[in-house]
Design a protein around this ligand. Sequence first.
Ligand SMILES: Cc1ncc(C[n+]2csc(CCOP(=O)(O)OP(=O)(O)O)c2C)c(N)n1
Ligand SMILES: [Mg+2]
Length: 557
Amino acid sequence: MAKTMQKANAKRVTAAQAIVDCIKLEDIRTTFCVPGESYLAVLDALHDAKDIRLISARHESGAAFMAEGYAKSTLKPGIVFATRGVGAANLSIGVHTAYQDSTPMVVFLGQVHRDFKGREGFQEVDLEAFFRPITKWTVEVTDPNRTVEMVQRAFRIAQSGRPGPVVVSLPEDVLPVETDVYYGPQFKKSTPRPSVKEIKQVEMVLEKSKQPVIIAGGGVKSAQAEETLVQFAQKYNVPVMTSFRRHDAFPNDHGLYGGHLGLGANPNILKTVKEADTILAFGTRLSEVTTQDYRLIRNDQALIHIDIEPGTIGKVYPPEIGIVGDLREALTGLTAIQLTGSWEEWTKSANQRYLAASNLEVTEDDVINKHIIAYLVERLPKHALLTNDAGNFAGWMHAYYPFTKKHTYVGPTSGAMGYGMPAALGAKLAFPEKTVVALGGDGGFMMTVQELETAVRNDIPVICLVFNNEMYGTIRMHQEKHYPHRVVGTDLGAVSFANLAKSVGANGYRVHDMDEFTTCFETAMNENSPTVIEVMTLKENISVTSTISDIRKQTGT
Ligand SMILES: Cc1ncc(C[n+]2csc(CCOP(=O)(O)OP(=O)(O)O)c2C)c(N)n1
Ligand SMILES: [Mg+2]
């Protein structure tokens, strides 16, 4: 049987063509690159692949972030092509982000000629050693006849279990070699469901619980279990919190929502986790940020941890019950349990704490950052998607913007600066019908600002809000707290982001107040072309919760 199939699908193509065929087979139609001479044969195969779009970026970090944002949005692997050691080094931040964020990605890197390997050839680097700690798998294709085997396996590894990045190294002399290929079927995810016994165990723990809380992570999103989670939470009336930068795993306007466990989370929101006697960790690795430096969860709380990846369960906290399972299947199974208790009061208090902490009523005294979030909540369509960079400007979005629909947020749990705008391009390519807004600071935005030209050239209309305080504000805040009055390395010079945008053909505006902002934002919404709105903010307003003067008062300096 296998032999007959093999014959029916057998083809003779170059290894480069086989790679492109494998990408098509996975139903991926958008790819990202910075070209290089080491993989010309792949570029040539893409020339004839009219149904695959190739977005050529200005820097490999931009290409990698775009692919990561695309993959987070579509839940399909992001594809990046780049060249040897130099391209690899530039894109490694995107690979690291995909690793920490559990985002499926397949990265194809040109490599030196097989005959030159080990001589420290031109731009040679041992890619397997280079990427081992930040990929699920790195492989070099040394035999052209095994290209399909390696590439299909790369797609399988990137998408199975906890998703993540895979790097495929392609020695340049392998790529033009013709070989007989046979393509296996497209990857299909395994979706294990907990056993009846495991579901019973959860039932027994919950039956005894007085104050349970759910922490929903990326595993809920990648299993497309958002609705199933709502059903489960509603049926038993359990409060739901979202893990760091996974806001849209649960509708934030739902009466069961308890808030986001992020950087600088409001202490009242944290109380809900502290007071819980049972924690249901669903598709979250209970990261350093989510657990507030691993201090939020205690061993006197019963932990029920469900994840698709066995290694994630008990990685930090030994669970009372650890279950390997697909979150949609697991929650479907769990929705059939019988519980006699009711947690209405507890749930209400969790939601009230969230509502009090995220109250978006603005007054004249509030800083422009908060006014902008209030405006976006009113003005943006409910399905609009937000991305953000790393930096304190993002605090206002994290605290106040309610993500009410699924697929409306793409952010870096890795905390990578430079992420927001290229990830927005990836998200916009994934969801062309959505309004996509990228939030950045002057520091982070400048790290990948060159991709504005990629947006213009490829007609990818995203709106970028750049909060310009002429400093690496987050680090300045930490300096003020720990090394008062010893500012070093955190001041930045004046940059006109509006003019930068205009210089590559995007729309650019600089605004100082809400009147100017709303006018420019309306224009951006109507024009539907790449736009930068640069918002001038004060150094003094350094974070959502404090000013520089407040910090100096607190430290008595
Ligand atoms: C790639 C990268 N380098 C350094 C850091 C450390 N870091 C975190 S926030 C930050 C400053 C961000 O500045 P900006 O984008 O201007 O935002 P602001 O904090 O001023 O609002 C730095 C340097 C990081 N997270 N990522
Ligand atoms: Mg700044």
